[in-house]
Design a protein around this ligand. Structure first.
Ligand code: ATP
Length: 363
């Protein structure tokens, strides 16, 4: 994962996008359930959640392709809830790019301007500038099928940027790319957003991508928002068991195990990188220690992830970094003691069972 430090744009001037009490029903399905968010001008804001959690439906309502069942949507202070897509100052980049195969890249990019009746000289200049922004200056004459997947993605971006929308909506735009290209395009997308300064609203189910790119993230689950915060807030202070399990990997400790470890039976999450397997070293003052048995060991190059079933009940994951020294990695069946700081146990508000079977946990 490539990390780019993002500064937090201010929303003092009034939000660029305000979603107020929005719900969307499709017959018996509640796809979006009473969502309210304010997004500041210039933010890179991600809607993150598992498949079916309602993030695309939310994006389509901002774009105007779906109407909310209840609630309303404002762009720059104007109520656009029922406005047609072309009457909103937004553009959407779709996952499948939707390029015209018979037109070359330049004509694809200037298409929106042609429809609006912009004169030829101006639209050529603006299309060339948009191609420059996505670093495809030399590709104007090519047809889409003469481009790589990453290049097609850039053309789709240029085609949206050329309209200079106030808000750019991106629906899993990197979903079709392989991992390496995806990582390169993440860096490019962050650069482009910084260069053009347009508000980006980005749908993804990839938590690493959301953490890397965003100024803030809204975590969706079953149509509702579990938490809105900066990547650091979402990762370091997950509000619910669902967020702790979906964003990164976390072990959830609750009930009798929590009582045995810290004296009360609330629900807590703890990140694997904050847990270590301890030897005979001295116990620090705020350290919690517990004994258990290793039940799973997964080597993944830069480290090894070890699952320890605690004698008190529950299990914790331990991330053992690969420091290149000849340390013995624990083996399955070994009896070990794990230690972590009490302050690294984060109190959760959701039901602990919410974290079961979410991506990121060893099953
Ligand atoms: P994915 O990542 O798989 O695209 P998502 O989080 O974007 O998922 P949505 O596409 O917003 O989820 O779907 C939310 C829920 O609404 C799902 O249960 C989906 O089946 C349902 N849904 C979406 N569009 C329609 C529709 N046109 N008619 C009926 N149900 C729909």
């Amino acid at each position: 994962m490539v990390t780019t430090a993002r500064t937090q744009p201010r929303i003092d001037a009034g939000p660029a996008v305000a979603i107020r009490g929005v719900s969307k029903r499709f017959a018996a399905v509640v796809a979006v359930d009473d969502v309210s968010i304010e997004i500041g001008a210039g933010e890179f804001f991600s809607l993150l959640g598992p498949s079916g959690s309602g993030k695309t439906t939310m994006l389509r309502m901002i774009a105007g392709f779906e109407l909310p069942t209840t609630g309303h949507i404002e762009l720059d202070g104007s109520n656009v809830t029922n406005a047609a897509p072309f009457d909103r100052d937004v553009n959407t980049v779709f996952q499948d790019y939707a390029l015209f195969p018979h037109m070359n890249v330049l004509r694809n990019v200037e298409y929106g301007l042609r429809v609006k009746g912009v004169a030829k000289a101006e639209r050529r200049a603006r299309a060339a500038a948009a191609l420059h922004t996505v670093r495809l200056d030399e590709y104007g004459d090519r047809k889409p099928d003469q481009l790589s997947g990453g290049q097609r993605q850039r053309v789709a971006l240029a085609r949206a940027l050329v309209n200079e929308p106030k808000v750019l909506l991106l629906d899993e735009p990197l979903g079709a790319l392989d991992l390496k290209l995806r990582e390169q395009m993440q860096v490019e997308l962050a650069r482009i957003q910084r260069d053009v300064g347009i508000t980006f609203i980005f749908v993804t189910h990839d938590q690493g991508e959301a953490l890397t790119l965003s100024t803030r993230v809204a975590v969706f689950n079953r149509g509702r928002i579990e938490q809105v915060g900066t990547p650091r807030e979402i990762y370091e202070a997950p509000a619910t068991a669902f967020v702790a399990g979906f964003v990164g990997t976390a072990s959830v400790i609750s009930g009798e195990t929590a009582r045995g470890l810290v004296g009360n039976d609330g629900a807590y999450s703890i990140r694997p990188e904050r847990v270590r397997i301890v030897g005979d070293d001295a116990h620090t003052s705020d350290e919690v220690r517990a004994s258990g048995t290793v039940t799973d060991v997964q080597y993944h190059g830069d480290g090894t992830r070890v699952r320890v079933d605690l004698a008190l009940g529950s299990s914790v994951l331990v991330e053992v970094p690969n420091l290149g020294i000849d340390e013995a990695t624990p083996t399955r069946g070994a009896n070990v003691t794990v230690g972590f700081r009490r302050s690294d146990m984060l109190a959760l508000h959701g039901a602990p069972s919410d974290s079961v079977d979410v991506p990121g946990e060893i099953p």
